[in-house]
Design a protein around this ligand. Structure first.
Ligand SMILES: NC(=O)c1ccc[n+]([C@@H]2O[C@H](COP(=O)([O-])OP(=O)(O)OC[C@H]3O[C@@H](n4cnc5c(N)ncnc54)[C@H](OP(=O)(O)O)[C@@H]3O)[C@@H](O)[C@H]2O)c1
Length: 327
């Protein structure tokens, strides 16, 4: 099987390589691509030392099975179809293909939106993936009326240059200095007073939860943390919530781990989520301002379930359903 990673030298690309190892794909035929900046570097996968190639036509093989993209939306728009022409199913981490009819997939929720003809599958934005697992779990027992999310997003969500900005007090990637600061803007400003990151949350949650009628708003904030996003979530339900039952709904759902014992000072935190596959959920409680609403707090590794792990899980799903889904 031929697998390629485009953006293999980035934060997400390197985690994709780790996930390919975890999911036992390291003995497959793997090609790694980057820009010309990192091309020539060597990455060991299993027993093989793989030379990273610059993404250009001369360096492409004739045939691919699965290609994981993680090099930004403009690279995906330019190159994804070239790999599809070479037989690949593309799983794309950028925002290039999330809108419209293409599947936007979190395997635990909607892998069934992939059909035998699907050639490009979009990975949702990291901040969306973190909340959609608990929200989907809730939606199986309650009707969700509205969702309010406030995010606390780590700098790793903006790539390796943003980590350097935090470490060195520079502003090469982020709008302002992030050291000793918070920035209530992620991605570009839109005309309605929201940012594109907040717009992604609203659009993508509706698409993944399969409901246009849920009302959603968010405030997305960059915080001076290297890795792991946190999100404070308020959800209005159609009936009185039973907190004990909701804790059970969350803990029974694959990919969620409940850490919720406030008297014992136990709740999700970035230091607990770092390097973990699960979405951590805690501080689950009734909203004192509205008896039909609950509040909870999530933390998750944005580079893993928020990006690389979800992409490799999609690929793994396709490989395991090859007879149905692959050409
Ligand atoms: N970080 C997250 O938490 C996260 C979560 C979800 C989605 N994403 C998305 O994933 C993508 C990558 O994010 P990242 O955090 O890994 O960024 P990053 O650390 O900045 O890495 C970017 C990668 O893309 C490569 N690249 C840049 N321009 C290229 C080109 N013209 N042709 C081929 N490769 C090129 C870079 O190669 P060089 O090493 O040569 O520069 C590097 O491998 C973005 O679309 C981002 O929105 C990120």
């Amino acid at each position: 099987m031929k697998i390629a990673i485009v953006g293999a030298t980035g934060l997400v690309g390197r985690k994709m390589i780790d996930c390919l190892k975890k999911y036992k794909y390291c003995n497959e035929n793997i090609e790694l691509f980057s820009s010309n900046k990192s091309s020539g570097s060597i990455i060991k996968i299993g027993k093989n030392n793989i030379v990273v190639k610059e993404l250009k036509h001369d360096n492409l093989s004739k045939k691919y099975d699965y290609v994981l993209f993680s090099a930004g939306a403009s690279v995906s728009r330019l190159w994804a179809k070239e790999f599809v022409k070479r037989g690949a199913v593309v799983i794309d981490n950028s925002s290039a293909f999330r809108r419209g009819k293409r599947p936007l997939v979190v395997p635990e929720i909607n892998a069934n939106t992939i059909t035998p003809n699907t050639k490009i599958i979009a990975n949702p934005n990291c901040s969306t993936i973190g909340v959609c697992l608990p929200l989907f779990a809730l939606s199986r027992e309650y009707k969700i009326i509205s969702i309010l999310v406030s995010t606390y997003q780590a700098v790793s969500g903006a790539g390796k240059t943003a980590i350097d900005d935090l470490k060195h007090g520079t502003t090469n990637k982020l709008y302002y200095k992030i050291k000793n600061n918070l920035i209530p803007q992620i991605d570009i400003a839109l005309k309605d007073g929201y940012t594109f990151e907040e717009n992604k949350m609203e659009y993508e949650l509706k698409k993944i939860l399969g409901s246009k009628s849920i009302k959603i708003a968010s405030t997305c904030v960059r915080v001076p943390i290297i890795n792991c996003h946190s999100e404070c979530v308020n959800v209005k339900l159609n009936k009185r919530p039973n907190i004990k039952r909701i804790k059970r709904i969350f803990s029974d759902f694959e990919g969620i781990k409940v850490i919720d014992d406030l008297p014992d000072n136990k709740y999700p935190m970035p230091i607990l989520a770092n390097g973990k596959n699960d979405i951590l959920v805690g501080r689950i409680r009734i909203d004192h301002s509205d008896k039909n609403s609950i509040n909870f707090f999530v933390c998750f590794d944005n580079l893993l379930k928020g990006a690389a792990l979800n992409a490799v899980q999609i690929m793994d799903y396709l490989v395991n359903n090859k007879k149905i889904y692959n050409k």
